[in-house]
Design a protein around this ligand. Sequence first.
Ligand code: GLY
Length: 325
Amino acid sequence: MLIIASANGAVGIDAAMRVLKNGGSAIDAVEAGIRLVEANPAERSVGYNGYPNILGQLELDASIMDGKTLNSGAVAIMRGFPYAISVARQVMDRKLPHVMLAGEGAERFAREIDAEQWASMLSEEVKAIWRERLIENSALLDIDDLDDDTALLDAVVLATDPERVAGTVNFIVIDGNGDICSGVSTSGWAWKYPGRVGDSPIIGAGNYADNRHGACACTGMGEMAIRACTAYGLVSYLRAGLPIGAAGHKAMRDLRDLDGDFIGGMNLIALDREGNHVGMTTRAGSTYIYQHAEMDAHREKEREFVEIPARWAGEERLRDDGSYC
Ligand code: GLY
């Protein structure tokens, strides 16, 4: 039994391991682990109290994939329901003829299955940060006068500068039967355009699991993982016979081929069916966590750095510490 997760999964990994030790499935463990990250008010990129879109609305994306059956469920741009991973799981488990529900449809489904709904999804502190950042980064907007006719295009390009926005949680679990499940949940980019969907709910982009080969999940600039099909790409390299390290490098290097004005940071975690695992990043020093059933506590491990020069609105970006974002 093994769990790997992005570093912000530390608040949920003990609960996920307890599920496994009590005989629960990889799917149960992924859901249990991610729910605690979604409920963590200190986590600003997932679930309750994540940073909102440019209008100050919290829109959540999540997906879960069962590597045994290749079933999956996902929700996107869902408001008002903190446990996006549980709603995504229900999309998978309720035997709907669908894989992903978005927006009002996702919220309608969440109500129908009695998912937990919270009247307020943002603390006063986060609302104040949203206000402050928008005033600071996007003087183009009159924040007290936002309506359906407000032009947001230029303001979003300024506000979503990739040096300032990041996040998302990944969990990948192998259970006692050798079944693999992967899950991803996010509030997406801070200050994003309303309705923007990232890689997290898109099977093959931010999340993919297949018992026969392994699994991969991503954090970072979702648009890149969508364009490169990063999670499926890595698993397809495993399927072609590459070891996990080489598969990870190839999936990351595929991202270098992306052209265009908007290239930011990307990270992935992945494992093969034997439980060999890797973390990779374009941001030096970034870590992920893992725990085998025999371990008393999880360990943190540095991800392998893969350089992908970042660009924003046509300009190369270099961080103060010398690494690209
Ligand atoms: N990787 C999360 C997102 O781009 O929304």
